[in-house]
Design a protein around this ligand. Structure first.
Ligand code: SF4
Length: 253
């Protein structure tokens, strides 16, 4: 017994104490900040090199729902575009993921868009079914990491479950390949009301690098409202956890 206690002590504290305020490395690529004085030529240059058309050509705004956080635009225009380490970038309003030049405010959820039953039912317990709809396993691994000993999202009663019948909602990763369109629908149909939908990662939010491909079928998203968009390529566990907590509990700090 003494030996086990010594081993535990030698491991130290392994979990993240406060998931809401945990600092991350400056190297983390989170919310972008864009200078308000880019020239038309500069905007055109970075918009042309962006692999996912995430940069809007007339204004130079960056859509985090399409951005793959490759940072090529920031490398091309250092001093005019930078990526902060602000990882709290999830929102329930798609338009809030578009960062305009000169904007430095952090991303918030639109409280008026949160369905009332979500706060009423899931404040202390939320079970989610993850659907990898043509994903490349990167977001899937990060979502899995959210439940490991470090992040331990289970402390908030948030867990991934195996059956959609035991779930309160689904988390979609990947661009939704044609082959996964029907299984995704079947999974969604099996989830009881109020059927939360979370899109995790650039591919799920916009199709990412696969946007416009004939190999994907995103018609599912035309039929149902999305409760939360979680940007990232892949999504960081802290981005996912904070986005979900903002959705089910609100942001107090
Ligand atoms: S970091 Fe995002 S906006 Fe910039 S070039 Fe890469 S994908 Fe485009």
């Amino acid at each position: 017994m003494l030996k086990e206690l010594q081993i535990l002590k030698s491991h130290g504290i392994q979990y993240v104490r406060n998931l809401r305020t945990q600092p991350v490395s400056d190297l983390f690529r989170g919310r972008p900040v864009i200078s308000g004085n880019m020239t038309f030529e500069e905007i055109n240059e970075i918009a042309t090199l962006c692999p996912t058309n995430a940069i809007e050509k007339s204004k130079g705004s960056i859509d985090m729902g399409s951005c793959v956080f490759c940072k090529e635009c920031a490398f091309r225009l250092p001093g005019k575009i930078s990526f902060t380490n602000d990882y709290r970038i999830a929102s329930n309003a798609r338009e809030k993921l578009v960062i305009k030049p000169g904007c430095e405010v952090s991303i918030r959820l639109d409280e008026s868009k949160i369905r009332r039953e979500i706060r009423r039912l899931f404040k202390s317990s939320l079970k989610l079914r993850q659907v990898s709809a043509g994903g490349d396993n990167s977001c899937e691994m990060e979502l899995s990491a959210a439940g490991n000993v470090n992040f331990d999202v289970g402390r908030y009663g948030i867990e991934f479950v195996a059956s959609p019948r035991h779930a309160d909602g689904i988390v979609i990763t990947g661009p939704i390949s044609q082959n996964m369109a029907e299984p995704l629908q079947l999974c969604y149909d099996a989830v009881p009301f109020p059927k939360i939908i979370i899109l995790a990662g650039t591919d799920a939010i916009s199709g990412g690098l696969f946007a416009g491909s004939t190999a994907i079928d995103r018609s599912f998203l035309d039929n149902y409202p999305v409760d939360l968009y979680v940007p990232g390529n892949p999504v960081h566990p802290l981005t996912f956890i904070n986005g979900v907590l903002d959705l089910i509990r609100g942001r107090k700090e």
